[in-house]
Write a protein that binds this ligand. Structure first.
Ligand SMILES: N[C@@H](Cc1ccc(O)cc1)C(=O)O
Length: 418
């Protein structure tokens, strides 16, 4: 089984420009290949992982991945999949985002130097307007450009000359990497088809019709329930641990629907056919165990955040589920509660009922607080408190930094000590 068969099995191939030619080439040569990302934001999210996971698979199979950061294209904006013209970002913002994305990519692809990161600003910024028009503009037919889905879908609402030109810039990238980095294949999402084929046509014009250049796109990720992949109530699931904590990241994968989990295992992990086959049986025969979801969450979290993050995420998950938060370290509480409801309290000792109703406002009234305490619905740092006369001493917990309150079975609050 070669890497193309593997991708096919993973359901990761949407379109290919010359399937037969590419199949032959992968078995003959460990060529270079690339995928690009525009620095339109300061972090990747889980959707961005899709093409780069494929690049990574090629890397593991001995091919030479080139990661392109679109410092030039990102300052223009890809019209693909956008209904309206984009607002230009400031060049400072583009630069800042570039740096952040470059660091994330380095983490994913390892520090061993078996890949390259390039920035298309480096060559695109070198062309004068006249060079561009004479050497490139001449090779692009406006009719062909207009017929590409990215442009044709925007003709009614309008598209600027700037965004119209985007496809030429991406085509120039492929040609540049073909000439300088031994790149023969470009990978991208389904919406990149027009940009990728534009590059191949350019290469065939400038490098000869038999130049080996291929394109492969990945199907749009669709979820069984029809909602968008990679979104939670809190918004996108980011790779930046400051935006989405490793615990939340782990939770995102753990919560995968049974109908989606095998597809995600194929897309986002390096588990082999046999193991994914076993997990598929488990989803069918004992779905309540959620073993496939657990494997998925472990694998992806480890890939993005490392082994320690998996252990931490699992500790937090387990403690919040069982209620035994006293087993957590102060750092784990900090991570686990980063985006949960929190209040600020003083370090003073206080009667539990008053503290819940007045200081933290976790309870709407003292009457309700009394009732909940009596009924055993309140846990403070994992310990049940059912005596309404008890005192709470915030300074006694988690290095005097916070108190963890559980109300009922699932509701958690964090009281941060001032
Ligand atoms: N156009 C791609 C990013 C990209 C930029 C330049 C390239 O050469 C390749 C890809 C996207 O928006 O996802």
């Amino acid at each position: 089984m070669d890497i193309i068969d593997d991708l096919q099995w993973r359901g990761a191939i949407n379109q290919q420009t010359d399937a037969e030619g590419l199949k032959k080439e992968v078995n003959e040569k460990k060529f270079g290949l690339y995928a690009g990302i525009d620095p339109t934001g300061d972090s990747m999210h889980v959707g961005h992982l899709i093409p780069f996971m494929i690049l990574k698979r090629f890397q593991l199979a001995g091919f030479k991945p080139v990661i392109l950061i679109g410092g030039a294209t990102g300052s223009i904006g890809d019209p693909s999949g956008k209904k309206a013209e984009r607002k230009l970002q400031s060049m400072e913002q583009v630069k800042y985002n570039e740096e952040r994305l470059t660091n994330q990519m380095k983490k994913l692809f390892g520090e061993d130097g078996k890949f390259q990161i390039v920035n298309n600003y480096d060559w695109t910024s070198q062309f004068s307007l006249l060079d561009f028009l004479r050497d490139y503009g001449k090779r692009f037919n406006v009719n062909t450009m207009l017929n590409k889905e990215i442009v044709s879908s925007r003709l009614e609402t309008g598209i600027s000359y700037t965004e119209f030109t985007y496809q030429i810039l991406q085509a120039m990238d492929f040609e540049h990497l073909y000439k300088n980095n031994d790149v023969e294949l470009q990978i991208g999402g389904a919406d990149q088809w027009g940009n990728i084929t534009g590059g191949i046509e350019l290469i065939h014009k400038t490098q000869g019709a038999d130049a080996k250049a291929f394109g492969l796109t990945i199907p749009l990720m669709l979820k069984a329930d029809g909602t968008k992949f990679g979104k939670t109530e809190g918004g996108a699931v980011w790779l930046d641990p400051e935006k989405t904590t490793p615990y939340e990241f782990y939770q995102f994968w753990i919560n995968t629907d049974d109908r989606d989990v095998i597809k995600y295992l194929k897309y986002f992990t390096f588990l082999d056919r046999e193991e994914i086959g076993d997990l598929e049986d488990k989803v069918k025969n004992e779905p309540w165990k959620r073993e496939a979801q657990r494997r998925l969450a472990e694998e992806v979290t480890e890939f993005v955040h490392g082994k320690d993050a998996v252990v931490e995420a699992q500790n937090i998950t387990e403690a919040l589920f069982s209620g035994n938060v006293q087993d957590l370290t102060t750092a784990e509480v900090e991570t686990g509660f980063k985006n949960m409801p929190s209040v600020e309290v003083s370090a003073d000792k206080k009667n539990i009922v008053e503290w819940l109703a007045d200081d933290t406002e976790i309870e709407p009234s003292r009457r309700q607080a009394r009732e909940d305490v009596k009924n055993g619905a309140i846990r403070i740092n994992g310990e049940k408190v059912d005596n309404v006369d008890a005192d709470i001493d915030p300074s006694q917990s988690f290095d005097g930094k916070f108190v963890v309150v559980r109300r009922g079975k699932k509701k958690y609050y964090l009281a941060r000590i001032k």
